[in-house]
Design a protein around this ligand. Structure first.
Ligand code: HEM
Length: 483
């Protein structure tokens, strides 16, 4: 206790008093990102908390976060040595690995692979868009089936399968049926992934909780199991690719990673292949599906906005064909709706925890090497100095006087993070979300369940998951298929 008192006295940064053993864990509450924003009002945008055995610096607000992640990008590019991080992607995860020469090579390989299959050449770009269109039209049919007798359904699981199928098609060259029981079960488990790696997860700051029966130990055991099963699934597909690999043909991302690793420095051994593919699938699935889930709920919650979107899409696209990426510049209000969904929900409220790679100073305050850092993206997206009425959902805030998308304002939305650890799938994600959204909107109208309080509550984790809200979908005009 005396030691803790001394530590509290000695602390370099402002922050709330930390209790022995638990520190500030009990103060975090159900929604740590909101607690952090409140604490920032009291202690400033850079403050310190203690969780279990770890001192943690929390960064809030646009100016401070960009100063840290962009101006001091290398100093903030580390990841802490959390127990949960060692379990992901066979222990060789690019996302959860600390900053090093090997990590830089690994990230570059993953970036090159994503680019090659999304934007680098017009043929793969077109194939990617066709894959999304096929998945989106199937999702429309499933939604209509689930609503056939006017029933209300929870779209969560179907959007997860659809998003997983897009990334599986990119990585393995194949998709899975919405009724594939094994695939659904695997994805269902992965839903819980974010509960353990989100900022504030207790097992990482109180690792001793693993050693006696308690709810944290149970959650962590489930987390280990689901990661093992997911990794085994991906590895079996990558092994099939190894057996049939032809250096003359790159069929999909798995082939591209196999080739990339075979040509890489000794730092990246063969077993990094399955880890890279696991990372890409994991990162690309949960985030995109959560975005789509929120979009459907927000459409149902705001019928006036939905009507305006329907009028726009009918005017630009008409009723005889499906929307495509080429329509995007002519429908800025659709992008405005997507940006507002990302801002308003901030569905990745706090980035994956960072750590400092050397002593560094931010906002005039010194932070020592190896400090765990939480980056509160929510605080930027709800800052009243940047956003008028931040708690109000209003896509038109992103449309300027000339009717175009206000790029200065969209750049203020922080959901893909910034700096050296910035998401590498942001462009892929934006195309995917746009096409799914445009096709769902073109083909369906969504209504909320009248018996349900639609206040859009959610559970906290790496991504914010809406509670069990139900909607119904109605077909608008004819059911269209890809040409
Ligand atoms: C990392 C957001 C989609 C691949 C991240 C991080 C965030 C994020 C917040 C952590 C950054 C940090 O720790 O500072 C999102 C959102 C998405 C999305 C909101 C969709 C709406 C994707 C997709 C892919 C992807 C589609 C791949 C196909 C990755 C990878 C990392 C990452 C590999 C780890 C980067 C690193 O640690 O160096 N993403 N992401 N993400 N994302 Fe995304």
């Amino acid at each position: 206790q005396a030691c803790l008192w001394f530590r509290n006295l000695k602390r370099r940064l402002p922050g709330p008093f930390a209790w022995p053993v638990v520190g500030n864990a009990l103060q975090l509450g159900q929604m740590p990102h909101i607690t952090f924003s409140k604490l920032a009002k009291k202690y400033g945008d850079v403050f310190q908390i203690r969780l279990g055995c770890r001192d943690i610096v929390v960064l809030n607000g646009d100016r401070v976060i960009r100063e840290a992640l962009v101006q001091h990008s290398s100093e903030f590019a580390g990841r802490p040595n959390f127990v949960s991080f060692q379990v992901v992607s066979g222990g060789r995860s690019l996302t959860f690995m600390n900053y090093s020469k090997r990590w830089r090579m690994h990230r570059k390989l993953a970036q090159t692979t994503i680019r090659a299959f999304s934007s680098a050449n017009s043929q793969t770009k077109k194939a990617f868009e066709q894959q999304i269109t096929a998945e989106a039209t199937e999702l429309v049919e499933i939604f209509l089936k689930l609503s056939s007798q006017g029933q209300y359904f929870n779209p969560a699981h179907e959007v997860t399968v659809a998003a997983a199928n897009v990334i599986c098609a990119l990585c393995f060259g194949r998709r899975y049926g919405h009724d594939d029981v094994e695939f659904r079960a695997l994805l269902h488990q992965m839903d819980q992934f974010g509960q353990t790696v989100g900022a504030g997860s207790l097992v990482d700051v109180m690792p001793w909780l693993q050693f006696f029966p308690n709810p944290v130990r149970t959650t962590f055991r489930n987390f280990k199991r689901l990661n093992q099963e997911f990794f085994t699934f991906v590895k079996s597909k990558v092994d099939e690719h190894r057996e049939t690999f032809d250096p003359e043909i790159t069929r999909d991302m798995s082939d591209a990673v196999i080739r990339g690793i075979s040509e890489a420095d000794v730092e990246l051994t063969d077993d990094y292949t399955e880890s890279t593919v696991t990372d890409l699938i994991g990162a690309g699935m949960d985030t995109v599906s959560t975005a789509l889930h929120w979009i459907v709920l927000l459409l149902a919650k705001h019928p006036d906005i939905q009507r305006k979107l329907h009028e726009l899409i009918d005017r630009v696209v008409g009723r005889d064909r499906l929307p495509s990426v080429e329509d995007r510049p002519h429908m800025p209000y659709l992008d405005a709706f997507i940006y507002e969904t990302m801002r308003f929900t901030s569905f990745v409220p706090v980035t994956i925890p960072h750590s400092t790679t050397s002593d560094v100073s931010v906002n005039g305050l010194s932070i020592p090497k190896d400090t765990v850092v939480f980056v509160n993206q929510f605080s930027v997206n709800h800052d009243p100095l940047i956003w008028r009425d931040p708690q109000v959902f209003d896509p038109s805030r992103f449309i300027d006087e000339s009717g175009s998308l206000d790029r200065d304002l969209t750049n203020n939305v922080l959901i893909f993070s910034a700096g050296k650890r910035r998401c590498i799938g942001d462009q892929v994600a934006k195309v995917e979300i746009f096409l799914f959204f445009a096709i769902l909107l073109h083909q369906c109208s969504f209504e909320k369940c009248p018996d349900q309080d639609f206040s859009l509550n959610y559970s906290y984790g790496l991504t914010l998951k809406p509670w069990d809200y139900r909607v119904t979908a109605k077909l608008r005009g004819n059911l269209l298929k890809q040409a």
